[in-house]
Design a protein around this ligand. Sequence first.
Ligand SMILES: *Cc1c(COP(=O)(O)O)cnc(C)c1O
Length: 353
Amino acid sequence: MSHFWSSVVHGLTPYVPGEQPKVAGLIKLNTNENPYGPSPRVLAALQAEVGDSLRLYPDPNGESLKNAVAAYYGVTPPQVFVGNGSDEVLAHVFLALLKHEQPLLFPDITYSFYPVYCGLYGIDFVTIPLTAALAIEVTDYARPNGGIIFPNPNAPTGRLLPLAKIEALLAGNPDSVVVVDEAYVDFGGESAIALVDRYPQLLVIQTLSKSRSLAGLRVGFAVGHPRLIEALERVKNSFNSYPLGRLAIRGAVAAMEDRPYFEQTRQMIMRTREELVRNLRGFGFEVLPSAANFVFARHPARDALQLAAGLREKAIIVRHFRQERIEQFLRITVGTDEQCNALCRALAQILGA
Ligand SMILES: *Cc1c(COP(=O)(O)O)cnc(C)c1O
């Protein structure tokens, strides 16, 4: 019955997220979820919101959340946009700010949702190869463009671009929007939000899915010049007036406010990551320097797909990408110490180490 499909649908190549297996008991290190639960203050806030008020629509503008994000980052609420996960925020960004005559630029190895949005909205793009060390080189982006987007740290490499390099990119690119997708910045980077007041073409995207352990609540936000935010609001209000429900708004506000829990859990993840990196290198893996809650590693003598299959037999799932240049890498989410130790024991058996 595909003749019912529009030509747009025929032309789509949808994004495929990492699997969410239904079987219990797996050690799930494949989608960069946080191994620690959300803040207890978030859970209390969610429970407090469950009640009669759910019959009413939520605040269409999510003002309380914009205020919480603005307070956290020392910006003003008109510089903040909120959405149903940063994937939705990104979707609006592509349509509102990145669809132009000149091609959009992004790295050849990056978040694989970017080309999918380009396909959905008919956006012309050019990929810029990472260096041989799988790093972003900002001078490679000095060419006519209709916008630039990349994650920092990059995904799935985990490599961080220092803020000074981002500033150099902004200085050389005053006439189109530069989007920095900071899904993992809390695990070792410095946010480019510090630069938004000086660079009106800069838009920074963040999510509560990773460092605030709320992937299931679906909340993301963007910070930038009020005119950029206005463009996003125009698209959002032409699409869905209420992208965030009452629970999402209330829980996200509590998450932004509970700094001690956030600080404690992200520090634990960073400590576990360093231990995991040491252990993987001990097994002979080449591990890229990571500023994220995952590591990207390849073994010089073992096929990545076979390693992933071997781990799966031991009930541990990691992510593998069938993509040129990285097909021998595994992306491994940093779990708890116990989960990472179980991973290392499994690898020791598989590798006979
Ligand atoms: C996880 C991730 C997102 C999506 O986050 P959600 O807020 O859960 O939609 C966006 N960008 C990158 C690079 C990510 O890794």
